[in-house]
Design a protein around this ligand. Structure first.
Ligand SMILES: [Zn+2]
Length: 542
């Protein structure tokens, strides 16, 4: 329920602040009301004259008062129908909590007019719904991990529903309505964005990001030199990069669990939801990378909430990912098909995406290499930009296909393959021009046997291990120049290293345990007199 009357008076203040739109809204309502009154008056008159024709003599006998009573009765009926047709019911509410926003969805019996605004002291978001009744217990909403500390509801003085969200941090609300579809009725969606919050739980370390930016800039300069027909310059750039002290950076893997939130993905015959099993597999995959020196993974989605497809590639770009892998489970109408498949971007998808990037003027400073704003292409002519983007896109696709081949080899060892080579399609999540990307359909959730397997933790771990093995195999063969793997290769040490670069969240005991040595031995080898590590510190492993 609403806490106090202040919200009502404060709402009036907000109305005054938003004068232009409120006046426009007011005129709209006045017009609607006028139309309604006119139609009501007409229907009353029509009903009245019909009555007169059919039961004329009897009504006449009732006299003036009788006729007035009938008219009043008829108009009351009309009024009742009109109100009934307009009232909308909220029959369910759903809440999805993400690291950078929370989404609240109202399932409604019909379309609704909503006014969403914020109030401060204390901070809260008010959602006013015209002619709406609530048939849902808001205490059932799970508010954990969201900015919403309490949901209260009340009936507005002017009728309709008021929902107040008490929030424990700054939020920027936005709302939109959705028409009914196969799965849901009409919906009102209210998103509360958290300004400045990261979309991922453990965002890239600033030092790592800087190393990565330098490497990307160098690679880009090299590509530009090649595109401009100046291979000697490209050599100079390459050797300049190698001359620096080796940063031994981690290779960053974006693991993207498909679907989430309102989008359950495919649903198996026993009700298993794709969004749940792919999140389990993705978490296991991230863990495998994080346990491996030289790799670090992050999840584009780490919970039950929805992220747009473009947003997923954007998150990968922001986190400076070296590789992007989207995890899904297939479904078809038949329960027969089974097995895993791996997709890379199709040539058609790549061509249309190149055109899109070249056409989108807002992306010009962000073209190729993802060096945001550092190296603008504004001064390059159209042809050169096209050549550069083509070079990048082709290299990215080749990397994706090669890695896809490795992943399919590994998957074939633990699971039936639906298709024995890498498939190509125009999936949006695969369209980053500069991040090699794969989409793995782990199995058919529509096949009862595979549905059961996809739910099993042991099988999930096997799938994660296979995807991991495939990607790692590719990077061991083709390590990015500033990576630990490249350094190891140059040292001729293969996969074994006697050095470890400290990452965010590492503790001395953890590093010691992951290398099967005692903390004492690790401290001795590095001359440490405390247990405190700093990010980026390189430890010698005895
Ligand atoms: Zn899917």
């Amino acid at each position: 329920m609403l806490k106090d009357a202040r919200e009502m008076s404060a709402a009036v203040v907000t109305v005054r602040r938003e004068v232009p739109s409120r006046i426009a809204g007011g005129i709209g309502y006045a017009l609607l009301l006028l139309v309604w009154i006119c139609s009501l008056a007409m229907s009353v008159r029509l009903a009245g004259s019909a009555m007169n024709r059919f039961v004329g003599s009897r009504i006449d006998r009732l006299g003036r008062y009788g006729r007035a009573a009938v008219t009043a009765l008829v108009s009351l009926c009309c009024l009742g129908t009109a109100v009934q047709a307009q009232a909308v019911e909220v029959h369910n509410m759903r809440l999805w909590s993400a690291p950078d926003h929370v989404r609240l969805v109202f399932d409604m019996s019909g379309p609704v007019n909503a006014n969403v605004f914020t109030l401060d002291g204390p901070d809260r978001v008010v959602i006013d719904l015209d002619s709406t009744d609530l048939d849902f217990d808001v205490d059932k909403l799970d508010l954990d991990d969201s900015a919403i500390s309490k949901v209260r509801t009340g009936v507005r003085e002017s009728g309709g529903l008021r929902v107040v969200l008490d929030v424990n941090r700054a939020v920027v609300p936005k709302s939109f309505t959705l028409p009914p579809n196969e799965q849901y009725s009409a919906r009102l969606v209210v998103d509360l964005d958290y300004p400045g919050a990261s979309a991922v739980k453990n965002p890239i370390d600033p030092i790592e990001a800087m190393i990565r930016d330098q490497e990307i800039a160098a690679q880009r300069a090299q590509k530009e030199a090649v595109a401009e027909g100046n291979p000697e310059q490209a050599e100079v750039v390459a050797s300049a990069v190698e001359a620096q002290p080796h940063p031994k950076r981690d290779i960053i893997i974006a693991v993207d669990p498909g679907h989430g939130g309102e989008d359950p993905g495919a649903i198996g015959p026993h009700g298993t939801r794709e969004k749940d099993v792919v999140l389990d597999i993705a978490r296991k995959l991230k863990q495998r990378f994080d346990q491996t020196p030289g790799f670090k993974a992050f999840l584009t989605r780490d919970g039950d909430y929805y992220i747009g497809l473009r947003q997923r590639t954007l998150i990968a770009r922001q986190q400076k990912a070296d590789f992007f892998v989207s995890v899904h489970a297939d479904a078809v109408r038949s329960s027969q098909p089974s097995g895993s498949s791996v997709y890379a971007l199709s040539q058609g998808g790549a061509t249309s995406e190149t055109a899109r990037w070249l056409a989108a003027s807002e992306n010009q400073s962000d073209l190729i290499g993802g060096v945001d704003g550092n190296l603008s292409l504004d001064d390059k002519d159209e042809v050169l930009r096209g050549v550069l983007l083509d070079l990048t896109m082709t290299a990215t696709m080749n990397d994706s296909l090669a890695t896809g081949g490795q992943v399919i080899d590994q998957l074939g060892r633990i699971n039936k393959l639906h298709k024995s080579s890498v498939e190509q399609a125009g999936f949006v999540v695969l369209k980053s021009p500069d991040i090699p990307s794969l989409l793995v359909e782990t199995g058919f959730i529509s096949n009862p046997r595979e549905e059961a397997q996809l739910k099993s933790s042991a099988h999930q771990a096997k799938l994660a291990q296979a995807i991991y093995d495939g990607i790692v195999a590719h990077f061991r063969q083709h390590p990015p120049p500033s990576s630990l793997l490249a350094w190891q290769r140059d040292q001729g040490r293969g996969g074994a290293s006697n050095e470890y670069r400290v990452q965010r969240g590492d503790s001395l005991s953890q590093v010691a345990a992951s290398h099967n040595i005692s903390m004492k031995a690790l401290k001795q080898a590095n001359g440490l007199d405390s247990d405190i590590l700093r990010v980026g510190q390189v430890l010698t492993i005895p």
